[in-house]
Design a protein around this ligand. Structure first.
Ligand code: ADP
Ligand code: ZN
Ligand code: MG
Length: 509
C-alpha cells in the first residue's frame, strides 16, 4: 500500500489589458507612484457604475478556448463579499455559478515521471478583479496601494488530477507559455502576474493501483505561491507532512489553509476551512450578463498555434528531437528564429542541383541532417556563446538568413567545427555574414590536398621522437600528430582526412 498524492491547482493570471477590469484607469505598473492609477470606481466609491472591459473578456475567452474548455453562452458576474483593507468595496466582482469557461483539459509531458503523460482536467475559468496591495513597511504600519485594485484576472481551477509536485510545476510552465502565446499576459510569477494556490491531500492505493477507502480526503490549501520553486517545495513538503500524519494513524480530518514559509522551508497553518468566510455570493446588479456565443465562435477561428501544436510541428517538419523542439518553443522569439532559419535552409536544399529529381527519402535524410546541425549549433554552441556574453536571441546581431548560410557552410564541409566556432564568434561581434568572415579570416577549410600533405610531412619531420615511438607501438601518439597538423592548419583542416594522410605517410616511410 502506498499513499498517493492528490493535487489540484487554483491559478490567477493577470490579463495584460490597457485598462482595468471595470474602469478606465491604466493597469498597474510597478514604475509609478502608489495610488496614482485610481478612480472612484476602483476605489469603491458609492454611486459609481462599473463597465466591463471588452478586451479582458476576449482574453478570458481565448484562454478558455486554449484550455479546451466549453465557453458559456450565457455568463454573468457576481459579488463575493469579504472584508479586508485591500478591498475598498468590501466585495470583489467575480463569477460564481456561470463562469466564462468550464470543462477543459491540458495534456502535459512528464519526462522521467511515474506517468510519462497526464491529462489535467480544467474545472472552470472565470474573470474577476484583483485586490489592492498591502505594503507592510518595517515597523508597525501597513499601507495600501490601490494601483493593482481592479486589474483583470482570470482564475483557472484544475481538477485534482496531479500526482506529484513535478506534474504541477510542468503544468504551470505550460499554462504560462499558453498565456504568452496568446499574448494575454506575460505570466511572470516573479512579478505577480501568475499566482497559484496548491491543494494537496493523500489517499491509500493498493498494490494493483486501486483506491482503498475514500476517493478524496480532506485537503490542505497552500495559498499565494509566487514562484515555481515555492509551488514545488510547498507541495513536496505537504506530501511529507501528511504522509507522517497517515503513518501515525492521525490523517487530516478537516480541510485547512496553510501558507508557505520560505525562510523555515515549511507550510504553516493559517485557518481551518470550517471557520472560513461565507462569501454570500449574489449576482452583480450593475453589470448586464455576458452573451459569449458569437465572440467564442469568432475567437475559435482565430486561435493562434499553441505551444503543444508548435512543438509537434517542429518535430515533424524540422526533424527536431522532442526535447530540442520543447526547448526552442519555450521561447516564442527563438522559435520564430528557428522557423525562419529552416525556411531558408529548406529553400537552399531544394535548389541544390545534386538534389534535383532525387527521391523523397534522400531529401528527408538531408532535412534530418540539417535539423541535427541547427539544433546542435543553435542550442549548445550559439547558446553557450550567448550565455558567455549575457545576450539572448532578442539582442543577437545574427539574423536567421546569416545563421542559415552558416549552417549550409557546415553542411557542405566548407567549415569545420573549430573554424565554425570562430566564424560564429565574429558573426556575434558584428553581425557580418559568414562567407565574408571566412574570407576575411582565411577560415575556409584546407581541403587543398597538396597543402595538407605538405603540413603532414612537416609535422613528421619535425617530430622524430614521437614518430619513432609511434612506430615502436605507441599508437595513441597518432592523436598528438593529428593535433600538430591541425594546429599547423590553424584548425581549418578536417581531422579525419589528416588522420588518413598521416597513417598513409607513416606506413610508407
Ligand atoms: P473548496 O471547497 O476548497 O473550494 P473545491 O472543490 O472548489 O474546494 O476545489 C478547489 C481546488 O482543490 C481544485 O483545484 C480541486 O481540484 C482541488 N481539490 C478538491 N478536492 C481535493 C482533494 N481532496 N485533494 C486535493 N485537491 C483537491
Ligand atoms: Zn479606476
Ligand atoms: Mg472552491
Amino acid at each position: 500500500m502506498i499513499y498517493e498524492p492528490v493535487i489540484g491547482l487554483e491559478i490567477h493570471v493577470q490579463l495584460k489589458t490597457k485598462s482595468k477590469m471595470f474602469c478606465s484607469c491604466p493597469t498597474h505598473d510597478s514604475a509609478v507612484a502608489p495610488n496614482t492609477h485610481v478612480c472612484p470606481i476602483c476605489l469603491g466609491q458609492p454611486g459609481v457604475l462599473p463597465v466591463v472591459n471588452g478586451q479582458a473578456v476576449r482574453y478570458g475567452v481565448l484562454m478558455g478556448l486554449a484550455l479546451n474548455c466549453e465557453i458559456a453562452e450565457h455568463s454573468k458576474f457576481d459579488r463575493k463579499n469579504y472584508f479586508y483593507p485591500d478591498l475598498p468595496k468590501a466585495y470583489q466582482i467575480s463569477q460564481f455559478d456561470l463562469p466564462i469557461a468550464i470543462d477543459g483539459h491540458v495534456d502535459i509531458v512528464v519526462p522521467g515521471g511515474e506517468r510519462a503523460t497526464a491529462r489535467i482536467g480544467i474545472t472552470r475559468a472565470h474573470l474577476e478583479e484583483d485586490a489592492a496591495k498591502n505594503v507592510h513597511e518595517s515597523g508597525a504600519s501597513t499601507y495600501v496601494d490601490f494601483n493593482r485594485g481592479g486589474t483583470p484576472l482570470i482564475e483557472i481551477v484544475t481538477e485534482p488530477d496531479f500526482r506529484s509536485a513535478k506534474e504541477a510545476k510542468i503544468f504551470l510552465h505550460e499554462l504560462r507559455l499558453i498565456a504568452r502565446y496568446l499574448g494575454i499576459s506575460d505570466a511572470d510569477m516573479e512579478k505577480g502576474h501568475l499566482r497559484c494556490d496548491a491543494n494537496v491531500s493523500l489517499r491509500l492505493i493498493d498494490d494493483q493501483g486501486g483506491i482503498v477507502g475514500a476517493r478524496f480526503n480532506p485537503k490542505t490549501e497552500v495559498k499565494n505561491l509566487n514562484s515555481f520553486k515555492h509551488v514545488e517545495k510547498a507541495i513536496e513538503y505537504e506530501i511529507k507532512r501528511q504522509t507522517k500524519l497517515w503513518e501515525a494513524e492521525t490523517p487530516p480530518m478537516i480541510s485547512t489553509t496553510r501558507g508557505w514559509n520560505d525562510t523555515q522551508n515549511r507550510t504553516d497553518e493559517q485557518r481551518s476551512k470550517e471557520e472560513a468566510a461565507d462569501y454570500r455570493y449574489f449576482p452583480e446588479p450593475d453589470i448586464p450578463p455576458l452573451e459569449l456565443k458569437e465572440l467564442a465562435d469568432e475567437l475559435r477561428s482565430r486561435l493562434p498555434e499553441l505551444p503543444a501544436a508548435r512543438r509537434a510541428r517542429f518535430e515533424e517538419e524540422y526533424s527536431l528531437k522532442p526535447s530540442d523542439a520543447r526547448q526552442i518553443c519555450d521561447d516564442p522569439i527563438l522559435a520564430d528564429f528557428v522557423e525562419h532559419t529552416f525556411s531558408e535552409l529548406h529553400a537552399w536544399l531544394l535548389a541544390l542541383p545534386e538534389l534535383q529529381e532525387t527521391e523523397a527519402t534522400v531529401l528527408e535524410h538531408e532535412k534530418k541532417k540539417l535539423g541535427r546541425l541547427v539544433s546542435g549549433w543553435l542550442l549548445s554552441k550559439l547558446g553557450g556563446l550567448m550565455k558567455e556574453r549575457s545576450i539572448d536571441i532578442r539582442t543577437i546581431k545574427i539574423n536567421p538568413e546569416n545563421f542559415a548560410e552558416f549552417i549550409t557552410l557546415i553542411a557542405t564541409n566548407k567549415l569545420n567545427n573549430t573554424a565554425g566556432l570562430m566564424v560564429l564568434n565574429t558573426m556575434l561581434d558584428d553581425g557580418s555574414d559568414p562567407s565574408h568572415v571566412m574570407e576575411d579570416q582565411k577560415l575556409g577549410r584546407v581541403d587543398d590536398e597538396g597543402l595538407l600533405a605538405e603540413l603532414v610531412t612537416q609535422v613528421i619531420t619535425s617530430h622524430p621522437t614521437e614518430v619513432a615511438r609511434y612506430k615502436a607501438g605507441e599508437e595513441q601518439l597518432i592523436k598528438f600528430l593529428i593535433g600538430m597538423v591541425m594546429r599547423a592548419s590553424e584548425g581549418t583542416a578536417d581531422a579525419g582526412i589528416v588522420k588518413n594522410m598521416l597513417l598513409v605517410e607513416l606506413k610508407s616511410e
